[in-house]
Design a protein around this ligand. Structure first.
Ligand SMILES: CCCCCCCCCCCCC[C@H](O)CC(=O)SCCNC(=O)CCNC(=O)[C@H](O)C(C)(C)COP(=O)(O)OP(=O)(O)OC[C@H]1O[C@@H](n2cnc3c(N)ncnc32)[C@H](O)[C@@H]1OP(=O)(O)O
Length: 269
């Protein structure tokens, strides 16, 4: 088994090309519904993969017909017995898992192969890029199940992705957003003609051809600058990243390659 490959109870991870790992939510009979085991494995996988120097891009997708249908409603019966603090613990554990996915240092591309509902919608938002398949559909199902769309980062990320008005409409109605509308809204970068994983892989190969440090510090700056409050703070963060990269060996290699009119060979340091 390769260093980046993982076989877990609810997830599979496979290095399909050098540095490109496809993570598959693997509960197809339950439309990849989320369980506590899946949250624990998502968080663990995010940290394990992040520790691998050779990692360059993660593609996240679902086995079978759905991407992820949110919390496993078959498990919901036992929740009321947990009490308020027990529920808070469950919610925080799930939130930590999605935050870990979002903070993976390399680009994460969600190949949304089917329904992304509830927490599954939230999980797709934790990715940097979403590519829909023809069957992709997004559903902030929370209000239909007695919950709030303030869930696993949805209210923060979706507002910044598609704007407060459309976010409000989608979250207050709990309606389905089909692939074509998702593309119009910018919820997905595009809709693949067939398998979104194939499109995600082609995109990942374009990313892998570039400086790993440049890509990873770009991700860091782009994510952080959704949070910093000012242009000055953004510049400060960018300046530090660039100063760090100018000390890398990849940058002189890129300059030499440009002058010698050849592709650069990046080492990621
Ligand atoms: C009461 C809620 C308790 C949750 C609170 C938990 C608090 C602590 C937990 C940690 C924090 C996580 C919080 C999480 O983010 C909250 C949520 O995710 S809430 C939203 C939960 N999800 C849903 O409400 C979506 C339900 N599913 C659907 O709307 C539709 O199935 C679909 C996904 C839009 C797909 O529609 P269709 O293509 O028409 O497919 P079907 O409806 O026919 O379903 C096919 C098949 O899959 C089974 N299934 C679908 N979704 C789930 C699911 N979420 N859990 C379990 N099983 C699911 C469905 O039953 C069918 O199976 P079959 O009947 O054919 O055997």
């Amino acid at each position: 088994m390769k260093a980046l490959d993982r076989q877990m109870e609810t997830l599979l991870a496979e290095e399909v090309k050098p540095g490109i790992v496809v993570v598959t939510l693997n509960r197809p009979d339950r439309y990849n519904a989320m369980t506590n085991a899946m949250f624990v494995e998502l968080e663990q996988l995010a940290w394990d993969l992040g520790a691998e120097d050779d990692l360059r891009v993660v593609i996240l997708t679902g086995a079978g017909k759905a991407f992820c249908s949110g919390y496993d409603l078959a498990d919901a019966d036992e929740l009321p017995n947990l009490g308020a603090l027990g529920m808070l613990d469950q919610q925080e554990r799930a939130a930590r898992a999605l935050a870990a996915i979002r903070s993976v240092r390399v680009p994460v591309i969600a190949a949304v192969n089917g329904a992304a509902a509830g927490g599954g919608f939230s999980l797709s938002l934790a990715a940097d890029i979403r590519i829909g398949g023809p069957a992709a559909k997004f559903n902030a199902a929370f209000v239909r199940i007695g919950l709030s769309a303030g869930d696993l980062g949805t209210s923060w990320l979706l507002t910044r992705l598609i704007g407060p008005a459309k976010t409000s409409e989608i979250c207050f109605t709990g309606r389905i957003v089909e692939a074509s509308e998702a593309e119009e809204l910018g919820l997905v970068n595009w809709v693949a003609d067939d398998d979104p994983v194939a499109d995600a892989l082609a995109l990942a190969e374009q990313i892998v051809a570039n400086s790993p440090g440049g890509v990873q510090l770009s991700k860091r700056a782009l994510q952080a600058n959704l949070e910093v409050g000012s242009y000055a703070a953004a510049l400060e963060l960018e300046n530090r990243g660039q100063a760090l990269l100018t000390r890398s060996t990849d940058m002189p290699e890129a300059l030499a390659a440009f002058k010698e009119k050849r592709p650069p060979v990046f080492q990621g340091n």
